[in-house]
Design a protein around this ligand. Structure first.
Ligand code: SF4
Length: 238
């Protein structure tokens, strides 16, 4: 019996180095029936990527982990994004452990005494819970952000969470992200204009002298300690 080739639109192949928008469209079509999420900490890259996905007008879930230590500017940005992209479902899956409960249980200023434990409690443990129900994970990581991200692939298997990890911006550079933000009028954290290349928790993020929005550096994170990543990504971080 002659076998007819099966044409399955959902199995359309994609090149590993596909253009960003092609990869984004492929992600949305190929995994429409899967449990697909993007995670963000509302950094500049994350805002640009949310905008790129939102332009396809398909349902999209964006998960963020509110550590309860966000800057007021970050909460304002979150609110603006929710308002601007009504068909994007922004879901907070942050810890329920309040700062007061953390201080009572683990001591005051844990972020100074043991930042790894603090990040584990407030970021890594909640992230593990999120990933239990996920098949495909979209991130806004870029290779040139740090040596730990240098080998990032656009499509890869994440062994830590056992999910397919898609990073459409892997090959982008910060000035190109900034240009996209400007050209498409995408909201961004106002702290980027006050010397903060990246924005995390209030206790662990400092401004970097002479930094402008096109400059990327992780120098302002956990300044004065060896720590450079929070542990959300296997060998990397957001
Ligand atoms: S970045 Fe700092 S305050 Fe935030 S969870 Fe990690 S150690 Fe704690």
């Amino acid at each position: 019996m002659e076998m007819k080739p099966v044409v399955d639109k959902q199995r359309t192949p994609i090149a590993e180095d596909a253009p960003t928008d092609e990869l984004i469209a492929w992600t949305l079509e190929r995994f429409a029936e899967q449990r697909l999420i993007m995670t963000t900490s509302f950094g500049m890259e994350g805002c640009a990527l949310i905008d790129m996905y939102a332009r396809h007008n398909k349902p999209m879930t964006v998960v963020y982990l509110d550590t309860m230590f966000f800057f007021p500017e970050t909460y304002a940005l979150r609110n603006r994004m929710i308002e601007l992209y009504p068909h994007v479902d922004f879901v907070n899956r942050g810890t329920t452990l309040t700062p007061e409960e953390q201080a009572e249980k683990y001591g005051d200023k844990l972020w100074e005494k043991n930042p790894a434990q603090c990040c584990n409690l407030r970021k890594v443990a909640p992230m593990r819970e999120v990933m239990v129900d996920v098949d495909v994970w979209i991130t806004a990581l870029r290779r040139s952000q740090s040596p730990t991200r240098a080998n990032l692939r656009m499509i890869d298997w994440d062994w830590q969470y056992q999910v397919l990890k898609i990073s459409p911006l892997a090959a982008w550079e910060r000035p190109t992200i900034w240009r996209y933000i400007q050209e498409h009028d995408v909201p961004y954290n106002s702290l980027h204009e006050k010397g903060y290349p990246t924005v995390g928790c209030t206790h662990c993020t400092k401004a970097v002298p002479n930094s402008s929005p096109v400059d990327y550096s992780r120098d302002g994170r956990w300044a004065g300690s060896e720590k450079t990543e929070c542990g959300l990504h296997y060998g990397a971080g957001i």
